[in-house]
Design a protein around this ligand. Structure first.
Ligand SMILES: [Zn+2]
Ligand SMILES: [Zn+2]
Length: 789
């Protein structure tokens, strides 16, 4: 909006009286001149005087009381002029606050400090520096002598669009206090500032002031008020103001529509656009893009579709931006078919749209499709690299996250904290120690090591790689720790079956006055249940409820069921299930079933297994458990029934998968896997290992497989377990005294557990197996879990 004297003259603040017709015309001329030359007030005027009747002009201006700071006489020496323009040029070129202050000193020395236009230029310069100093700017502004409103408004406008819009409101309060003149042109920037910081009470005060001064009929003020109310969430007040506007331009309509989208009131958008059409304002493409984008952000597919139909029916020109917005909306709402169709026809395919497609596909579980788009992108920024890496890290292919991270670094894109957290989490789920160590050195070299969430993630990563010592090292070196840090370290001890360190750390945490949260207690209870510390676990549960007022969640009850179940306190375990306020889930019934299996509690076990099957009819473990207890009791009819059920439902035992890392490369084995490049060597090694272990007392434990399988199937189902294959692959290379690390997706079975124990003794190696729930560290024939898992 332009502020000129011609406009200012029409506001009620200024006295109109005393000016004749001639005077008014001259005033208009002067106004235009001032408009053209801006802040070159008296200097400019004296320069321009020869073009007009200078005497009359100055008289008029004086009468108008516009130029309160005109030095007299209005005769300007060339020296003065040069100095003035020199200072102006310097101000335009100033790049630092110290430079601005030097110019300020020169202004004071030259006596030009009475020129408000020069001072306001100085003030604006301080506001528009690379590192602006608003406080300095305002302190200079407050010292001005009654600055003309058009000058003050320049400052308000600058502040309202700066990084600190609140300073505009601060300046306004002070201006009123000091009696500076405020006019209707002051209001739009002030309302804009209120809008940007959602300052409702300040906005309402401005509304009151506008009504009092009769500025409220100004369309710019009205539009500002609509925007302010809408940004502050008072959408009804915004609409009230909007409806009062006699003339509404496209900006006002856009603000109102945007406001409805922002408040999630999509049902009000279409009627408003219809009304807009009726009032002969043609909606622009921008408005359609705005609405479509808002639908995408809100995930409101229904309205998004309806709006798309509206666009088609009304033959709206779908330009490139609107096309992009539609693709992003459909992808964001998970409607990938629609998104894909529109994306195909989009040209060029820019980074933002492609990234939206990647995210959409990933969320829909179509990671291959996401990767296809990713690979087709000619230009990639950090956001799209990060999106792709995080999808791999969260999914079932964490190794691909690491490969992609390497590629990203090679392409010269620098990762941020978000990328690093994804990469660390990929390492953690892989349990790949070599990779983990490489990532940590990258973190140390690239100054991520001081970042709290990164360090917390590193603790978890090392714990999951079976490296408690390194996890503890990261913990010890942290300068800042929060509850997540402590909980992560406690959880690390817990999954390694080291309850005593977990409990010690909890006491240290309390002594350092860090308030534990519900996650901390999951770790503690888990540690107790896996170490058989029933009494300690009971006390911790009670303390959580009574001392810390934490309402137990399902996980906490699950730990208690596990705690009692593992300790053969099955009655207590069942009591926990019966008394918990929420419905028990598959995991809880499953852990009771597992305890019943260990302690041969057939009746309760059968009950628990049936509960599991009710919640998850295809649960393989429950079918196998039932089939085996029926077989043990020679109820062959029931066994047959279960087998038939399994066939009918297509229940197959979830295939075991074990990973082992060698020279930074990850080798994966499924049960009975024959795909590895060195398959023959591995199976030969397995035969050799089995024979050697049998000498040491190993006999296959068939209780882990379905009893009615034939002999070959049984062997396959037992000896070809993935962790045994991974172990044999490791043994091909490993020497005595070394360490073999295996990561398994399922719980390790009793037979494999025994196998590993014996292997660690016979071959003199340490074997660390991470199964679905915990770590087993086998050394010299003994496991760290003390056979309690
Ligand atoms: Zn096994
Ligand atoms: Zn174990």
């Amino acid at each position: 909006m332009q502020v000129g004297m011609s406009d200012i003259g029409s506001t009620p603040i200024r006295g109109e009286s005393g000016l004749g017709r001639n005077g008014q015309r001259t005033r208009r001329v002067a106004g235009r001149l001032i408009d053209i030359v801006g802040y070159l007030d008296w200097v400019a005027m004296s320069l321009l005087c020869p073009l007009h009747d200078s005497h009359k002009l100055i008289n008029t201006i004086s009468t108008m009381n516009v130029m309160t700071t005109i030095p007299q006489p209005i005769v300007c020496s060339t020296v003065h002029m040069n100095r003035y323009s020199h200072l102006l040029t310097s101000l335009s070129a100033s790049s630092s606050l110290s430079h601005v202050k030097q110019i300020h000193a020169q202004i004071l020395r030259s006596g030009l400090d009475r020129s408000n236009s020069l001072i306001i230029k100085l003030v604006l310069s301080a506001c528009t520096l690379y590192s602006p100093s608003f406080d300095y700017a305002l302190s200079v502004f407050y010292q001005m002598h009654n600055p003309e409103p058009h000058l003050s408004n320049k400052l308000l406008r600058e502040l309202s669009r700066s990084i600190k819009p609140e300073k505009a409101l601060l300046a306004y309060a002070k201006m009123r206090e000091q009696g500076f003149i405020v006019d209707s042109f002051s209001l739009p920037p002030l309302l804009k500032a209120s809008t940007r910081i959602s300052a409702l009470s300040e906005g309402m005060e401005l509304h009151g002031f506008a009504s009092k001064m009769d500025f409220v009929s100004d369309p710019f003020v009205q539009t500002g008020l609509v925007a302010m109310y809408s940004a502050c969430g008072h959408i009804e007040d915004a609409r009230l103001m909007f409806d009062k506007m006699p003339e509404r331009d496209i900006v006002a309509w856009n603000i109102m529509i945007d406001g409805y989208c922002g408040s999630g009131l999509y049902h009000s958008v279409l009627p408003l656009i219809e009304e807009m059409k009726r009032s002969n304002v043609k909606p622009d493409e921008k408005i359609f893009s705005t609405v479509v984008s808002a639908c995408g952000r809100a995930g409101n597919l229904d309205f998004g579709k309806a709006f798309h139909e509206f666009i088609t029916e009304n033959e709206v020109m779908v330009d490139y931006n609107l096309q992009c917005a539609l693709v992003i909306m459909y992808a964001g709402c998970g409607s990938m078919d629609m998104a894909t169709n529109m994306f195909k026809n989009l040209s060029p395919k820019n980074i933002v749209v492609s990234t939206a497609m990647i995210t959409g596909y990933s969320k829909a579980g179509q990671i291959e499709a996401a990767r296809l788009i990713f690979d087709q992108m000619t230009e990639k920024d950090l956001i799209c690299w990060s999106a792709m890496i995080s999808r791999y890290a969260d999914g079932v292919q964490p190794q691909k996250a690491l490969q992609l991270f390497d590629k990203m670094l090679t392409s010269g894109v620098k990762p941020d904290q978000v990328t690093m957290l994804s990469v660390i989490s990929a390492c953690a789920s892989l349990g790949a120690l070599d990779n983990a160590i490489t990532i940590q050195s990258y973190i140390d070299e690239n100054r991520f090591s001081g970042v709290l969430p990164v360090n917390n993630a590193l603790i978890d990563m090392y714990a999951k790689c079976g490296e408690l010592d390194r996890a503890r090292q990261v913990f010890a070196q942290m300068h800042k720790r929060n509850v997540i840090t402590w909980s992560s370290m406690i959880g690390a001890y817990a999954v390694h079956g080291d309850a005593s360190n977990a409990l010690d750390l909890f006491h240290e945490m309390k002594s350092q006055k860090v308030e534990p949260n519900s996650v901390t207690f999951v770790g503690l209870l888990y540690a107790c249940s896996h170490a058989g510390l029933v009494e300690e676990g009971r006390k911790i549960f009670a303390s959580m409820v009574n001392d810390y007022n934490i309402t137990p969640k399902r996980e906490h009850y699950g730990c208690m069921v596990d705690l009692y179940g593992r300790a053969n306190l099955l009655k207590e375990a069942l009591e926990v299930i019966e008394q918990m306020p929420m419905a028990p889930n598959v995991v809880i019934w499953g852990s009771l079933m597992a305890a019943c299996r260990i302690y041969n509690e057939v009746e309760l076990g059968e009950f628990a297994a049936k509960q599991v099957l009710e919640l998850d009819p295809c649960h393989d473990g429950a079918h196998i458990f039932l089939s085996n207890i029926y077989a043990k009791e020679r109820k062959w009819e029931n066994v047959g029934e279960i087998r038939k059920l399994m066939q009918n439902k297509g229940v197959v035992k979830q295939r075991g998968c074990s990973r082992i890392e060698q020279d930074g490369e990850i080798h994966e084995f499924l049960t009975a896997d024959k795909t590895h490049a060195r398959v023959n060597e591995i199976y030969e090694k397995l035969d050799a290992v089995v024979s050697e272990l049998e000498v040491a007392g190993y006999t296959p434990n068939m209780s882990c497989v379905l009893v009615d399988l034939d002999e070959e199937e049984k062997t396959k189902a037992l000896l070809w377990h993935s962790e045994k294959l991974a172990l044999c692959f490791g043994l091909l290379r490993q020497k005595r005294g070394s360490c073999i690390r295996i990561i398994k997706n399922l719980r390790v079975c009793e037979d494999c557990h025994n196998f590993m124990k014996l292997a660690s003794k016979v071959y003199g190696v340490q074997i660390i197996v991470r199964d679905r729930t915990r770590f087993h560290r086998y050394e010299d024939g003994v496991c760290s879990c003390k056979d309690y898992w």
